[in-house]
Design a protein around this ligand. Structure first.
Ligand code: AMP
Ligand code: MN
Ligand code: MN
Ligand code: MN
Length: 346
């Protein structure tokens, strides 16, 4: 079974390693029934403005009842809808409007581990934020060029240039961009396989990265008016004890939330993150980490928060965007019949 949530606070555009432009991402969000989305590209906020603008246009179309207003398209003919929590399957146009939360996913280094921190509700024009973005841009470009040189020696054609051509101008180039290129060139069976063969620590195109400290990053997110969220904590290869230390230090630095629910996460892992939310009194966030069509994560897919945590959108910071305690997560439970299993990406 697939669950589709109307709230998704972690996704990427082609301003970093996502495959869709900010406008295309927003169109997809309406198509998948979302009501709130945070744009969280790696280390920059360049995609936010276009996304906000696109959503303003489409919300107006919905409220005017325009013929070309967005429609929900994710429930296919061969899908069985098993239930809807907190709402109806078919909604009035006003119930289909979309809130865009300006966000970012900052890279940090914590004891040799790459830790990602999502900032939600940040002001993209804040000076400290812009300063950190500029600093990371230099570090990212240097590393991307170095990875490109290694791949070139391994026989790839203009790897850095082609990554840049595929992304938006000025995009943050990550290993995600390279993984896609390697896959497209037929040198790996999947994006994940490209990582394993070339890009992860110990492989031929690996280049070590040292990002800024957690403390500085959280401080910048707060200075820019946002909430700092510890992204996908179960994806780090660290023990439970290290993870507790990480959450403790993240909170001490001013971090306020944990991404409790992400796509392709085991129930066991989500349960553990719920426990950490209770123990360290943190808010709970959720996000698919969507990058591209055709891979296993999609907007709103298989992310949900249990009722015994406080959702991050209850924070006064997100109340400003029209969320708050009355905002309800709506979950559509769907079973796709076999023939459509691939597009359902269960
Ligand atoms: P970087 O920040 O340059 O090290 O790149 C990190 C990005 O690469 C992540 O945000 C993902 O988009 C992508 N990534 C990391 N690990 C994998 C993996 N095993 N398979 C596919 N993509 C990955
Ligand atoms: Mn990525
Ligand atoms: Mn990440
Ligand atoms: Mn991400």
């Amino acid at each position: 079974m697939t669950i589709v949530s109307n709230i998704d606070f972690h996704c990427h555009t082609n301003a970093s390693d996502g495959g869709l432009s900010p406008s295309e991402l927003i169109d997809r969000a309406y198509g998948r029934g979302l009501n709130a989305i945070a744009i969280t590209d790696h280390d920059l906020t360049a995609g936010v403005a276009d996304a906000v603008q696109r959503a303003a246009l489409l919300n107006a179309k919905l409220l005017n009842g325009d013929a070309d207003a967005p429609v929900e398209t994710y429930i296919k003919e061969n899908a069985e809808v098993n239930g809807v929590d907190n709402g109806e399957l078919h909604r009035a146009p006003s119930e289909r409007t979309l809130i865009v939360i300006p966000g970012v996913e900052f890279s940090t280094t914590w004891y040799d581990e790459q830790i990602h921190i999502v900032g939600l509700g940040i002001d993209p024009n804040n000076d400290s934020l812009k300063e950190l973005e500029a600093k990371l841009k230099v570090a990212r470009t240097q590393r991307a060029v170095a990875i490109g040189e290694k791949l070139k020696r391994l026989g790839f054609d203009r790897p850095y240039e082609r990554c840049c051509e595929q992304a938006r101008e000025g995009a943050s180039i990550t290993r995600g961009n390279y993984a896609r290129l390697i896959f497209q060139d037929g040198k790996a069976k999947s994006v994940d396989d490209a990582f394993h063969k070339f890009l992860r620590r110990g492989q031929d195109a690996y280049v070590k990265s040292v990002w800024g400290p957690i403390e500085e990053t959280v401080e910048v997110i707060k200075a820019a008016g946002g909430i700092a969220v510890l992204a996908h904590p179960r994806r780090y290869k660290i023990s439970n004890m290290r993870l507790r230390k990480l959450v403790y230090e993240f909170k001490k630095a001013g971090g306020e939330a944990i991404e409790v629910s992400s796509s392709q996460q085991r129930q066991l892992d989500r349960d553990y993150l719920v426990q950490l939310c209770h123990k360290y009194e943190m808010l709970a966030s959720l996000g698919s980490d969507f990058h591209n069509e055709g891979f296993h994560r999609d907007l709103g897919q298989n992310i949900d928060l249990p009722s015994d945590v406080t959702p991050v959108w209850h924070s006064p910071i997100l109340e400003r965007y029209g969320m708050g305690a009355n905002f309800k997560q709506r979950l559509v439970h769907i079973t796709y019949k076999k023939e459509d299993a691939t597009s359902a990406s269960e």
